[in-house]
Design a protein around this ligand. Structure first.
Ligand SMILES: NC(=O)c1ccc[n+]([C@@H]2O[C@H](COP(=O)([O-])OP(=O)(O)OC[C@H]3O[C@@H](n4cnc5c(N)ncnc54)[C@H](O)[C@@H]3O)[C@@H](O)[C@H]2O)c1
Length: 366
């Protein structure tokens, strides 16, 4: 059984990400002094919510359960308003606590509920998807989707703790586990190439949630995110004030990936879209003379052995380009991409020529 480990994140306040089996039992030791707790969750994780709830009830804390619609449907203004209504009815004060149990959709929503109620309550994230553990629940970005786009309304609001209980991954559907591996592969490609070696050597064990190897991959991916967030909490990097790539490096593959998600009306899993997005920026970097064909091949090889998509349909370029233009990573009238100048060397490519963008799209069409 993988032993529990702790990773510190330094944001607007310092907090710990706890990674290990049976970690929900740590809740009583994370003292918050809250009198009331609201647990926001989706139906597929009910059995884990019961365990979380029992920890608070045993400690004499009053618990309000708020079940929200599954998947991305949770991140809507209507659901947000419903959460606010429930907090109002239960008399939540600034001393109380919001706990999100679930995937990235739930922790994004729960974090935003916490950020907005009474101008900020404390919250604990208990991610139950791989993507949630290695990405969404760590870093303090919270938010919802609106008609204007995905994640355009939100706030930086760091949790007081993140509890990754590896046992919860046992019930995660395989396609969601594989989609989470896209973010692990992203960390391998952008900053920790030893992850790529592990995936090549034994992809089956890497994708087994009860293995020590998967626990170690999660630890390494969280460590990279924690380091980057600690150095650039509000993503001010690569501005005039700060010329290096900080938190933006985490957006590798996300500009094209978000465009696919939008064009596909969010029917694709986030990790699947990011997988194609990473192949797209690898091709873009090759066409820009920054990356070799062998490294582009590494992208297809690693994502391919994980069973992730590496190509997209042809004939969608106008919609994809329009979606990228409104993506929040476009600044002014320039499109900006995180690309690699080699494995583990993220750099920014700002304003590539339209012909280059289209040629990279052609290179990822099936
Ligand atoms: N805030 C950030 O920094 C950040 C980063 C990356 C992604 N995100 C957001 O995360 C979301 C995607 O997160 P996701 O990939 O975790 O998907 P998700 O939250 O939609 O969860 C996927 C599915 O798995 C179910 N589920 C979750 N845990 C389970 C478990 N242990 N057992 C059984 N079923 C389980 C959920 O109910 C859902 O049906 C997107 O909204 C994305 O924008 C946020």
């Amino acid at each position: 059984m993988p032993e529990s480990i702790s990773i510190r994140v330094q944001a607007e306040h310092e907090y710990t990400v706890h990674i290990g089996s049976g970690n929900i039992a740590l809740l009583p030791t994370i003292h918050t002094g809250a009198g009331r707790v609201v647990i926001i969750y989706q139906e597929p994780v009910t059995r884990w919510v019961e365990i979380v709830r029992a920890q608070f009830v045993d400690a004499g804390v009053s618990v309000t359960l708020v079940s929200v619609p599954d998947g991305e449907a949770a991140k809507s203004t209507a659901v947000l308003e419903d959460c606010w209504r429930r907090l109002g009815e239960s008399g939540f004060t600034r001393n109380d606590l919001v706990v999100g149990v679930g995937g990235g959709a739930v922790t994004d929503l729960a974090g935003f509920v916490a950020a907005t109620w009474l101008r900020g309550l404390r919250n604990i994230n208990i991610p139950t998807t791989l993507l949630g553990m290695v990405d969404a629940a760590v870093g303090g970005k919270t938010g919802i989707n609106t008609a204007a786009g995905k994640n355009l309304v939100g706030s930086f609001h760091s949790p007081v703790a993140v509890i990754c209980d590896l046992d919860t991954l046992a019930t995660l559907p395989r396609p969601d586990l594989v989609a989470g591996m896209a973010e692990v592969a992203k960390v391998g490609l952008t900053s920790d190439p030893t992850i790529l070696s592990d995936l090549r050597r034994d992809v089956t064990t890497c994708c087994n949630p009860s293995s020590d190897l998967m626990a170690d991959l999660i630890r390494r991916a969280v460590q990279v995110k924690a380091d980057v967030v600690s150095g650039d909490f509000k993503e001010v990097s690569s501005s005039a004030a700060r010329p290096t790539l900080g938190r933006e490096a985490l957006n590798y593959g996300h500009t094209f990936g978000h465009a696919i998600e939008r064009v596909e009306d969010y029917r694709w899993r986030h990790g699947e879209a990011i997988s194609v997005g990473m192949v797209y920026v690898a091709e873009l970097a090759r066409l820009a003379g920054l990356l070799g064909a062998a490294e582009v091949g590494t992208h297809r090889e690693i994502l391919g052995i994980l069973g992730l998509p590496t190509s997209y349909v042809s004939g969608r370029w106008p919609q994809l380009l329009a979606a990228m233009q409104i993506d929040k990573k476009a600044r002014g009238d320039q499109l900006r991409f995180v690309v690699l100048a080699g494995i583990g060397q993220p750099v920014e490519l700002a304003g590539p020529e339209p012909e280059l963008l289209l040629a990279a799209y052609d290179a990822v069409t099936a």
